[in-house]
Ligand binder design. Structure first.
Ligand code: ATP
Ligand code: MG
Length: 400
């Protein structure tokens, strides 16, 4: 009998039919394989809308694999299960040993069975009765309670084996990375943009990050923080490229030549234009930002309109209707909060106007911007960008 734990990953959104479903499943299996590559040798395959992750040696990092699989988009839940022979006796004996710690902590239990293999001679109710009866005898201190049990023992009869497990834990949900095309995401060091990036990535979109840095006003630590945020996001979305574009000269030019009330807006418009340039090169179909309506002066409706007027790409703002409290909750739950609140300066905070325009008119901003050589400044900044390849295991600066 194979006593080694296996992971069973349940798929979400598989209401997809026909060809789409195969694309979804193939993509997901590949994404899972890629994510497990550094954690040992695993066999990963799909049967009946469940992905099996079978360790091939005792050296496999099962804790790591469990955590990694929970972060793969497209998976709604994950269980750690032990496979055994397809007989009531084997199932009972597996449950007795594997779930002994759970039984020790419970006052009541029930068995829930699923028969994916319809050839199996007992139906699911009969399996639950037989296994439940034997377990009740084995653990006389734990009562059977079919309505509100402390512990539910799950039994699944599948193609090759039966599987015994405790309840499933939630996975990341969403759609497999790569299914939703590609977008460029504007990543600052704040709380919002990592959450916004996560939300779009969760819809299957592969992200390429763009960060604007203003040394010496912004420090190496501020840049490291942004790269760490990208690394944390890559735990979900897989490897990504981060473009770091120097922004100092542009900000200084804006400060010298433009009215103070438009500083932030003109800055944003240059960010958008450069994001669009990166997107065109990367074959990306949208720009993602962490903007939320009314949060700051540059995020009023009028300001957003002035900002996005420079691009024809759709600007995705998944946080547009959220409150800061919700964003913080989400940042905590995806694991970016602690890094986001590190107190390093951002390029925007360095040049914040005292009285920003709340209801800017596009024509007025365009006129103010006319004092700049926009094309020249952009070309220069883009030519001086640096790239980083960021993955769960770290950050590497890429060759120019
Ligand atoms: P965040 O918490 O994401 O920094 P914020 O509340 O500070 O957002 P702003 O500073 O106004 O808001 O920025 C709005 C959006 O513009 C950000 O969510 C991000 O998408 C983008 N952005 C701002 N600064 C930068 C930067 N230095 N590099 C790349 N994108 C940026
Ligand atoms: Mg910010």
């Amino acid at each position: 009998m194979n006593e080694q734990e296996t992971l069973l990953l349940k798929l979400g959104e598989v209401v997809l039919k026909g060809l789409n479903r195969h694309v979804f499943e193939d993509r997901l299996v590949n994404n899972v394989r890629r994510r497990l590559r550094h954690l040992g040798s695993f066999q990963v395959f799909i049967r009946q809308s469940t992905i099996y992750v079978e360790p091939q040696s005792p050296q496999c990092d099962m804790e790591g694999a469990f955590a990694a699989c929970r972060q793969v988009f497209g998976i709604v839940s994950v269980v750690r299960a032990v496979p055994c022979e397809k007989s009531v006796e084997a199932i009972v004996s597996t449950a007795r040993t594997y779930l002994a710690p759970h039984f020790a902590a419970a006052r009541s239990f029930k068995v829930e069975s699923k028969r994916a293999d319809k050839q199996f001679r007992l139906n699911s109710i009969q399996i639950s009765q037989a296994v439940g009866g034997a377990l009740a005898e084995a653990f006389p201190a734990v009562a059977v309670d079919l309505h509100h049990p402390d512990l539910t023992v799950f039994v699944e009869i599948r193609e090759k084996h039966a599987y015994v497990h405790a309840p499933a834990v939630p996975g990341a949900g969403g759609l497999p990375t790569g299914m939703g095309g590609r977008a460029v995401s504007l990543l600052s060091g704040g709380l919002d943009s990592p959450v916004a990036s996560y939300m779009i990535a969760r819809r299957g979109v592969e992200l390429e990050m763009v960060h604007f840095a203003s040394p010496p006003y912004t420090s190496q630590q501020a840049l490291d923080k942004v790269l760490e945020l990208a690394r944390l996001l890559s735990l979900y979305s897989g490897r990504m490229i981060v473009h770091v574009i120097p922004f100092t000269q542009i900000q200084e030019q804006i400060r010298t030549h433009c009215p103070e009330e438009y500083f932030t807006l003109i800055m944003r418009r240059l960010m958008m234009r450069m994001a669009e340039a990166v997107a065109k090169k990367a074959g990306a179909g949208a720009i993602v930002t962490g903007e939320s309506l009314g949060q700051v002066a540059s995020q009023t409706m009028a300001a957003l309109g002035v900002t996005e007027a420079v691009t024809t790409l759709p600007v995705l703002r998944p946080l547009i209707g959220t409150d800061k409290v919700e964003i913080i909750r989400q940042a905590r739950s995806i694991g970016t909060y602690d890094t986001s609140i590190l107190p390093y300066e951002d390029c925007c905070t360095v040049f914040t106007p005292r009285h920003p325009a709340l209801r800017p008119r596009l024509e007025a901003v365009e006129e103010a911007e006319g004092a700049l050589d926009v094309e020249g400044l952009m070309a220069q900044a883009l030519s001086q960008q640096t790239w980083y390849r960021v993955g769960p295991d770290g950050v590497r600066q890429a060759a120019q």
